[in-house]
Ligand binder design. Structure first.
Ligand SMILES: Cc1cc2nc3c(=O)[nH]c(=O)nc-3n(C[C@H](O)[C@H](O)[C@H](O)COP(=O)(O)OP(=O)(O)OC[C@H]3O[C@@H](n4cnc5c(N)ncnc54)[C@H](O)[C@@H]3O)c2cc1C
Length: 412
């Protein structure tokens, strides 16, 4: 079957890989000059397998209210005259109900667990180098009350998947924390979790895709999906200044935050809205001053991952539409926090700033599966965990499109 994959982020490229492995003739189309140059470019790097609680959970509405109007707030809602934003916000609040959070956590858990197994197998098979870190994730708390609220009795049992750690135990796990200027009250350690550079991974996998016969059409903006007699007949693209139709037997939408914009004109509504985040990346000056365990800073909603000789800190969320401007106050808040935690990691004047739009559903459960068009499929809406979930959802959609039963719980 001839398949067009729309989008060459981490989700599109992993999908192309598994589709090609099933024997399909795959072409990937993207407006950028290479793979993973939008949201998959400089994310937090965490492969967060053990932590599946979505951002929509019972504690979030109070936090958003507390931070309302604060320019450098970790979670910030900027009201706009945009119906999609308000509808998404209302759905997000519904997903904060305890019963919804439980259900969403279970669904996310299924995706991340399977995805971790698929990523591990792929890493072995292709010997992919993506600055992988496999020393776990340590979630640290600088607020004693939040720590006490987060720790359950099960976390104090030896060998728990999520282990409570005292301040001293946190420092033993990550010695670079000894120099933190912030008071750390304790943490939760998830040793199975990993990290790695999603951009480097995607570029490496795209090279393997090409060797397996996948064709990439870069610098090719997609303008529209074109339907005929109840199916999708082609996609209208712009190539070398001309409008052109690309035809195929099947189409897979992996357009991240932009998926709803191309799907709405063919009558498909998906509850995806961009959730803007920031990252800072700095070359590491003193290896002993930078963490080798991936860190989640719960109060600031940022994560830190060591990617080879670089340190990446990423996070915070802003509901502000398709705006990719760098906001100075928000960047400064992350940079300040990095140097409070790890004063010797690198130099302030060497940081690279970046912003990206997480393709977020209100529940943080991705949209993977069929549509009402028999030859149009979706693999999108991976929100805060797209790198973590990419391999599993790619394998599942490739199975579905090839007529095989996907892993249970992956396709909705
Ligand atoms: C600050 C931040 C930190 C994050 N940290 C983590 C983390 O630690 N762990 C984790 O698992 N996830 C993390 N994420 C989430 C993760 O990065 C995303 O979920 C993931 O990258 C989404 O991948 P994607 O392929 O769906 O989207 P994208 O990477 O955005 O890919 C979509 C592609 O579609 C193309 N496209 C869109 N519209 C068109 C068009 N009209 N024509 C042609 N091409 C088009 C784009 O060029 C792009 O290449 C983070 C995100 C952010 C912003």
């Amino acid at each position: 079957m001839k398949v067009l994959v729309l989008g060459a982020g981490v989700v599109g490229v992993t999908s192309a890989w598994f589709l090609a492995r099933e024997g399909h003739a795959v072409t990937v189309v993207d407006r950028q000059p290479g793979p993973a140059l939008e949201t998959s470019f400089a994310n937090g790097g965490q492969v967060s397998v053990t932590h599946s609680t979505p951002w929509a959970n019972p504690s979030t509405p109070a936090q958003i209210l507390r931070w309302l109007g604060q320019e450098d707030a970790p979670l910030l809602f900027r009201p706009r005259a945009d119906l999609a934003q308000w509808l998404w916000g209302a759905q997000f609040l519904v997903e904060c109900l305890p019963s919804r959070t439980r259900r969403n956590s279970e669904r996310i858990h299924a995706v991340v667990t399977y995805s971790h197994a698929v990523l591990s197998a792929l890493r072995e098979e292709l010997a992919l180098d993506y600055d992988a870190g496999r020393r776990g994730i340590l979630k640290i708390y600088t607020d004693r009350h939040e720590l006490e609220a987060a720790v359950t009795p099960a976390m104090r049992a030896p060998g728990a998947a999520r282990e409570f750690k005292t301040r001293d135990e946190c420092v033993a796990i990550e010695p670079a924390l000894a120099e933190s200027r912030l008071e750390i009250h304790g943490g939760i350690f998830t040793p199975r979790d990993e990290s790695g550079d999603a951009h480097k991974f995607t570029v490496g996998l795209a090279a393997h895709c090409e060797r397996a016969g996948v064709r990439f059409l870069f610098d090719t903006p997609i303008e529209a999906l074109e339907r005929e007699s109840g199916t999708i007949a082609g996609v209208r693209v712009r190539r070398e200044g001309r409008s052109e139709r690309l035809a195929a037997d099947a189409f897979l939408v992996c357009l991240g935050s932009y998926s709803p914009l191309l799907l709405a004109p063919v009558g498909i509504r998906v509850p995806i809205y961009p959730l803007k985040g920031y990252s800072v990346t700095l070359p590491i000056d003193d290896p002993a001053g930078a963490p080798t365990v991936s860190i989640t800073d719960e109060q600031m909603k940022i994560v830190l991952s060591r990617l080879g000789d670089r340190l990446r800190a990423a996070g915070t969320a802003e509901l502000t539409g398709y705006d990719t401007e760098l906001n100075a106050a928000r960047c400064k808040a992350i940079v300040d926090r990095v140097f409070e935690l790890f004063p010797r990691a690198g130099r302030r004047d060497s940081v690279t700033l970046w912003t990206g739009l997480r393709p977020s559903t209100p529940s943080n459960v991705p949209i993977v599966g069929r549509t009402r068009y028999p030859n149009l499929f979706l693999n999108t809406g991976h929100g805060t965990l797209g790198w973590t979930m990419s391999c599993g959802s790619a394998r599942a959609i490739a199975d579905l499109m090839s007529g095989r039963a996907p892993e249970p719980g992956l396709v909705g």
